[in-house]
Design a protein around this ligand. Structure first.
Ligand code: C2E
Ligand code: MG
Ligand code: MG
Length: 354
């Protein structure tokens, strides 16, 4: 910052920067860009690398507010917009944002209600062996059956659920329901297979996952090995020691662990050595380019061969065409999940498919 600028921490992870005597809006975005750039390289603390993302929202006196409170409130709206745009972003305030903010608030209220009214439903997508063609597992995927609005996909409400903390009760419900359903199928005499549930970053950070998993297994009677938790690469970066501990505890219980969207997060491969995960799920963005895109082909082959040498299982995500399937089979990938075999379907349909 320049001499004369003010930087203040107003609470938690929120900071306010006061820039005096700016000539124009361009200056604000320049300063913001500079700050974001500074945060793009990791911080070293006790020989550990820490990655921090920054989201910046700005309001300008007097157009965006004539008093401090209004300016702060509007900068805050802009900051949420920046966050929603995918972190490490900068946004200038615009009046439309207040409208959006109240829409968000409404959505949050409704989501809370949806949880109580059980409008959140689990769909299931099969995972298929590329060797035998059999269904070897499935993933539980959340849907919001919102009255009058049809089926709302998770990317429309999960970011908000994560932001507001609602993901914690939602995540508990998901794990419990998925485990119960898997046990019910076993009790009906279907061959036992793994049920994967997605774990949000915030659940990993804030929920006592070990306790939750233990409770769910105990309540439902499902054997640990039939439950799989899908983690994202992000958790290995933000709090490595804690992640090592929790993953150790989960492995002790006996549940399976996989890394979702593999290859799209922080590509530090060293964590594969430190964390005893079972499965890598190759991200759909790589599968999409197969077989025509050379880079996607190269990356996918590299992931497959790495998984083989580390003795990890593999699932290719988002397989839509026979050409993709053939390629993956030939390359030695052992299973796949995607529209080619089946979209995510309600429990009844999944039961009938098996
Ligand atoms: P994900 O865990 O990577 O799940 C795979 C997504 O890819 C699903 O989207 C699935 O419907 C979609 N997909 C599968 N095969 C294909 C295909 O062949 N083509 C295309 N175009 N898409 C395919 P969905 O159900 O919309 O879920 C999106 C994301 O939302 C999930 O990505 C996951 O990160 C998150 N999510 C879903 N349910 C939950 C949940 O219960 N808890 C948490 N924390 N996250 C969830
Ligand atoms: Mg997943
Ligand atoms: Mg995925």
């Amino acid at each position: 910052m320049r001499e004369g600028d003010t930087v203040a921490r107003i609470g938690g992870d929120e900071f306010v920067i006061l820039l005096n005597d700016l000539r124009n809006k361009i200056d604000v975005s320049m300063v913001s860009r500079k700050i974001i750039e500074r945060f793009s390289s990791p911080f070293m603390l006790n020989d550990q690398e820490y990655f921090i993302s920054t989201s910046i929202g700005a309001s300008i006196y007097p157009g965006d507010g004539e008093d401090a409170l209004t300016l702060l409130k509007n900068a805050d709206s802009a900051m949420y917009k920046a966050k929603a745009a995918g972190r490490n972003n900068f946004q200038l305030y615009s009046p439309a944002m207040n409208e959006q903010a109240s829409e968000q608030l409404m959505l949050e209220t409704e989501l809370r209600r949806a949880l109580e009214r059980e409008e959140l439903r689990l769909y299931f997508q099969p995972q298929v062996s590329l060797v035998t063609g059999e269904i070897v597992g499935m993933e539980a995927l959340l849907r919001w059956e919102r009255p009058g609005q049809g089926i709302v996909p998770p990317n429309r409400f999960l970011p908000l659920a994560e932001e507001s903390g609602l993901i914690l009760p939602i995540g508990e419900r998901v794990m419990e329901t998925a485990a119960r359903q898997n046990k019910a199928w076993q009790d009906e005499g279907l061959p036992p297979i793994q049920m994967a549930v997605n774990i949000a970053h915030r659940q990993f950070q804030q929920q006592d996952l070990t306790r939750l998993v233990g409770k769910v297994l105990c309540d439902t009677g499902l054997e640990p090995r039939w439950l799989e938790l899908e983690l994202t690469e992000g958790i290995f970066v933000t709090d490595t020691d804690k992640a090592v501990r929790i993953i150790g505890e989960l492995k002790n219980i006996g549940v399976k662990l996989s890394i979702d969207d593999f290859g799209t997060g922080y590509s530090s491969l060293s964590y594969l050595k430190r964390f005893a995960v079972d499965t890598l799920k190759i991200d759909r963005s790589f599968i999409m380019g197969i077989p025509q895109d050379e880079d996607d082909v190269a990356i996918t082959l590299a992931i497959i061969s790495m998984a083989q040498s580390l003795r990890l299982s593999l699932v290719a995500e988002g397989v839509e065409t026979p050409a993709q399937m053939d390629f993956l089979r030939q390359a030695g990938c052992t299973s796949m999940q995607g529209y080619l075999f089946s979209r995510p379907v309600p429990a009844e349909e999944m039961g009938a498919m098996r």
